[in-house]
Write a protein that binds this ligand. Sequence first.
Ligand code: FES
Length: 147
Amino acid sequence: MEVFEPKIVAFVCNWCTYAGADLTGTSRIKYATNVKIIRFPCTGRIDFMLLMKALSNGADGIIVSGCHPNDCHYTSGNFHARRRWMMFRGVASYLGIDLRRITFSWVSAAEGAKWAEVVNKATDEITKLGPNEAYVKTAKKFQSMDN
Ligand code: FES
């Protein structure tokens, strides 16, 4: 029997979480390898349509992570992201996406161990949920209606 390995896309800010993830590696902390990182200048720049696109193209889960409150290098990008995040969760839930597939976190450049924890926890949760097939089927149905 084939073991399910979830595909998780992590949208992270360059200044904190990306550096934190780098620290995880240089500190040789072991963590799940299921995450593909996409780096942004700031979480405030993340367009949530990208998250929908990732899910409809086969991602089983999403992580969005940036600087802690009041540490954003662009002053308030992470606060804007948090507000949009709350709206996105509402829309995602309406569209039938299980919210346990989506993680929002703050990880600083000094928190390599925390990044490993975030990834491992998300991987465990999404492994239990299984593949994101229900939403992918719905998204493909809507895409075919456009053509
Ligand atoms: Fe990291 Fe804005 S620079 S969240």
